[in-house]
Design a protein around this ligand. Structure first.
Ligand code: ADP
Ligand code: MG
Length: 325
């Protein structure tokens, strides 16, 4: 049977869970969140966070579109984004790479110098990895972080009545990618959002103590709202008119002849944060001078995940990027 026949990536991961047991006394949260959460010592010790991501050439990056530094920078930032989504800080990194035999040493070193730019921002140390030869340039990063127990924001923590917030504009990375695919040159803003996205570690530490659920937007807002709703056993209403779409994304959507909303809902790689917060905590978030956009609300209607269109219609909220179409 092929992966798409069983329902794609997430159905496959569900099967893995039944093949290898996933319970352990110290594993607070295993599969199913942005990072695994491990209790290494009793409180007041922080919880350990572990996340991992693979980037494959021509699937996640192209050497003719991105410089090696940009590839390296993005590889680290997308992992940092997962640690930020848990409310934590990033500390230790393992890098495993598959290198084609004809690759230049200079090129590989430039990838590492790009990684280092991100590591310097977040004070991450390179702690190990693995290097091997293979056909396709592939970079796998595993990043470890820490989070105080009372700051951890699981996807399962959303409560009915919570407001749904995003930390910034959506759709720019997907717009740039679509433009590149069609042979257009994206604007500087769009290109930057696609090639060197910056995780929202700058705001996550202010959001985490106040938020209930949090997730980073890597597969499109639609998909991430569904993840929170499934894991929290709640419903949600997302207001199309409230989704922050940058004017440059509106321009790109015109050029591409697509609905800008589609870029924001199903595009992916925005690396903004989506979080739920109780209305009572909102004033504290405002005081912290954190920028946010209120895009909807969590409801008690489990399984009912609705998009309220600009025309006032209630539609099922579309999902996000599909890795196995
Ligand atoms: P994210 O988009 O935040 O990087 P993913 O959608 O990649 O998260 O993964 C969702 C969850 O599934 C995570 O908890 C991840 O650790 C787990 N997962 C993904 N692939 C595998 C795999 N091959 N084996 C075990 N767990 C996996
Ligand atoms: Mg994530």
């Amino acid at each position: 049977m092929k992966i798409k026949e069983i329902g794609g990536e997430f159905a496959l991961i569900e099967r893995f869970k039944s093949l290898i047991h996933e319970k352990n006394a110290h594993l607070v949260k295993g599969i199913g969140d942005d990072a695994a959460v491990i209790e290494i010592a009793p409180e007041p010790a922080p919880l350990l966070l572990v996340t991992t991501d693979i980037l494959v050439e021509d699937r996640h990056f192209r050497r003719d579109w991105a410089t090696p530094q940009q590839i390296g920078f993005k590889a680290v930032e997308c992992n940092v984004s997962d640690i930020a989504a848990m409310g934590g800080t990033a500390h230790w990194m393992f890098v495993s790479i598959v290198l084609p035999s004809d690759i230049e040493v200079d090129y590989v070193e430039l990838i590492y110098s790009g990684m280092n730019q991100s590591c310097q921002i977040h004070n991450i140390a390179l702690a190990g990895g693995d290097t091997t030869q293979g056909e396709i340039l592939t970079i796998n990063i595993t990043l470890l972080g820490l989070v105080p127990k009372d700051h951890v924001c699981l996807r399962s923590h959303a409560k009915p009545g919570d407001l749904l917030m995003v930390s910034g504009f959506l759709g720019a990375s997907a717009a740039a990618l679509a433009l590149l695919h069609q042979g257009y040159t994206p604007s500087e803003y769009l290109l930057k959002k696609h090639l060197t996205p910056v995780s929202r570690m700058d705001v996550s530490n202010r959001i985490a103590p106040l938020a209930n659920a949090m997730i980073d937007i890597s597969d499109g807002l639609g998909s991430e709202v569904h993840h929170i709703c499934e894991q929290s056993q709640v419903g949600a209403i997302v207001k199309a008119a409230a989704i922050p779409v940058h004017p440059e994304v509106l321009n790109a959507a015109k050029q591409l002849n697509v609905d800008p909303l589609q870029l924001a809902l199903s595009g992916g790689e925005d690396f903004e944060l989506l979080f739920s917060i109780s209305p009572e905590k909102l004033s504290l978030l405002k005081k912290s001078k954190t920028e946010y956009f209120e895009v909807g609300q969590i409801t008690d209607k489990t399984g009912d995940v609705t998009l309220l269109s600009k025309q006032g219609e209630s539609l099922p909220l579309p999902g996000g990027y599909n890795h196995f179409p």
